[in-house]
Design a protein around this ligand. Structure first.
Ligand code: NDP
Length: 258
């Protein structure tokens, strides 16, 4: 097992990629902490994992709220006795013509997708220092290495995550803390369904067209699944990645290269 008894906190992990990461880490022996804003999902996920024999705690946490994020780390530490790793995964999408991108749209995107990563990284730091080191993975995107049309605020946030990741890798190495970014490609989750519907609203193309066009250009010939990201994250959190920091790992079947 790659992550035997490691304590891994994952933001935005009640569904989609975050949940895939939580499952894969738990399969590798980690004690996971799942979180999200929807209290029903936070409650339902605990028995679901326990039925599979996985160790889990779950808490409500909105990554835009400092007090929520600090409480998440405090409760995780109280539950398990420490924290070994954070995966800052929570995020939203917005597919919109730039002319129509209001300040409210922009602020919401930056607040969840970029400030939320800062808040989580910042809140976990004392625990990782106390632990004598640890690992942080920030979830960026293909849009974090090449801006996409109609994704201006999303691309800006995802590029920002990679800048933050690189800076922290340099600053925190002396504490034995590795900081890396993972860029998922085209992954089959609720987010893509939402994004596809927003695209078809803009272009007038039928639902599913944007999804299919993007899947068709993936060199490995298929869309990604949350478990594909989970496997890459588990590897980066494991001892196999002890000498890897400040990097961006593209996990998209070749949908984008860096
Ligand atoms: P989903 O929309 O399927 O899931 C998003 C998760 O984030 C949910 O668990 C949701 O939980 C949580 N969330 C949303 N807002 C907040 C918030 N304010 N605070 C805390 N949690 C929140 O998205 P994906 O799984 O597809 O995406 C996960 C990450 O991967 C995102 O950062 C996304 O940008 C990135 N990504 C996804 C790609 C894809 O193809 N799907 C491609 C590239 C990157 P709840 O509803 O309970 O709040």
């Amino acid at each position: 097992m790659l992550l035997k008894d490691k304590i891994v906190v994952i933001t935005g992990s009640t569904r989609g990629i975050g949940k895939g990461i939580a499952i894969q880490c738990a399969k590798e022996g980690a004690k996971v902490v799942v979180s999200g804003t929807n209290p029903r999902l936070v409650e339902e996920i605990k028995p679901e994992f326990q039925k599979m024999g996985y160790e889990i705690e779950s808490f409500v946490c909105d990554v835009t709220k400092r007090q929520d994020v600090e409480k998440l780390m405090r409760c995780s530490c109280e539950a398990y006795g420490g924290i070994d790793a954070l995966v800052a995964n929570a995020g939203i999408t917005d597919v919109i013509q730039f002319d129509n991108l209001t300040e409210e749209h922009w602020d919401r995107m930056i607040s969840i997708n970029l400030k939320g990563v800062y808040l989580a990284d910042h809140a976990v730091l004392p625990y990782l220092k106390e632990n004598g080191g640890g690992k942080i993975i920030n979830i960026s995107s293909d849009c974090g290495v090449e801006g996409w049309g109609f994704h201006s605020s999303y691309s800006a946030a995802k590029f920002g995550i990679r800048g933050l990741t690189q800076a922290l890798a340099k600053e925190l190495g002396k504490y034995n803390i590795n900081v890396n970014a993972v860029c998922p490609g085209i992954i089959d989750t609720d987010m893509w369904k939402e994004g596809d519907a927003m695209s078809s609203h803009i272009t007038g193309d039928p639902l599913g067209s944007s999804w299919q066009a993007n899947v068709d250009r993936i060199p490995l010939g298929r869309a990604g699944k949350p478990e594909d990201i989970g496997k890459a994250v588990a590897m980066l959190l494991s001892g196999y990645a002890d000498y890897i920091t400040g990097t961006t790992l593209m996990v998209g079947g070749g949908s984008a290269v860096n």
